[in-house]
Write a protein that binds this ligand. Sequence first.
Ligand SMILES: *Cc1c(COP(=O)(O)O)cnc(C)c1O
Ligand SMILES: [Zn+2]
Length: 424
Amino acid sequence: MDHVTHLKCQICEKEYSPDAIDYICPDHGDEGIVDVCYDYERIAGRISKESLAADGNYSIWRYKPLLPVAPDAEVPPLAIGWTPLYGAPRLAAKLGLEQLWVKDDGRLPTASFKDRASAVAVVKAREQKAEIITTASTGNAAAALSGICASVGQANVIFVPESAPPAKIAQLLVYDSTVMLVKGSYDDAFELCLETAAEYGWYNRNTGYNPYMTEGKKTAAYEICEQLSWEAPDCIFVSVGDGCIIGGLHKGLKDLMALGWIRKMPRLIGVQAEGSSYMFEAWKNGEDILTKAPVSGITVADSISAGLPRDRIKALAAVTETDGAYVQVSDDEILAAIPALARGSAVFAEPAGAAAYAGLVKAAGDGLVRRDERIVVLNTGNGLKDVKSTMTAVGMAGSVPWHIEPNLAAVREAISKTGILEGK
Ligand SMILES: *Cc1c(COP(=O)(O)O)cnc(C)c1O
Ligand SMILES: [Zn+2]
């Protein structure tokens, strides 16, 4: 791992050797999230745009020389990464835009973006020969860790709030994780998981604690730029809970700038739910994120419910350093975005994924994006993760099925009422 030079505390900028610490800066406790720093000259000798063009490995591991793992590290067999980037001309036209793409990470093996991070966690844990890996999660990071552990037969213990959607809990159980349903919020589950990991000495995958999660997440930025033939987009819209994904995108883009593979830094637009808008508030009001009190975190978009975003330092930098913005959307706007995105691009997102599109709708209305900008919306989770919210959303959109008797006369009657023959 001679390409990783050091780990740097985001607060005091103290540098540590990767062998010296596993997670945070000891001087700054849980807030002291470190950044993984690289020797880009060395990396440039091992990977290039040209070598990638000739590489048939279409997973996150095509970028292995840019990841904090040994060149010969064994990686999980699941196909993680290289999710489709769909052009979305009908959605673009509807919003008065010229070029819009939707990247669908709902297509990853456990159906959320979190597979990118959990894959790296499993490699790092096995590097240390960890017996047990643990994480707290609103559901998706847990499902991702659970599924990737199943792919290599790795024991794991998961902490999720009892209120997590049933599909996510089903994923944990089917992959045979040991599951702790915490009678409390995600923040309660997070604290409890940290305590438990310390107590038993387990490998800790927690978001906004384990520095390597950002590194897994940055692969989405590489893919977006490579899929656009290394012509970076102008804006990327992504929903924000703990802020690790937006920080990861920023990291990936900074890597590409350092390598000279892209010429311009895209603006990162973080989208938050009104009930869980810590980052939006802090950014808008210029508040100090080391002292700002937690918010309630209540939203229908469970995956971005975070009263105290764990990766807030990186999440704020991602927006301020790219001349981006935070946008907040209501739960109703998020729910409306689910069918809108599905009907306009065929990408079926869970509420937190659709929130990114809701943010674009709002930004387009507010003039935050220009007509001629090249825009990417990142869907972070599959709609089947939360069928209940989808049913609420389609109900709000006025979409109802026809309950009919099993005969043609009943079909005729229903068809005449639908208006479909009149082109409605
Ligand atoms: C985790 C998650 C997010 C938010 O990511 P953070 O790193 O917590 O900001 C967004 N959407 C989905 C579907 C997620 O699972
Ligand atoms: Zn520090």
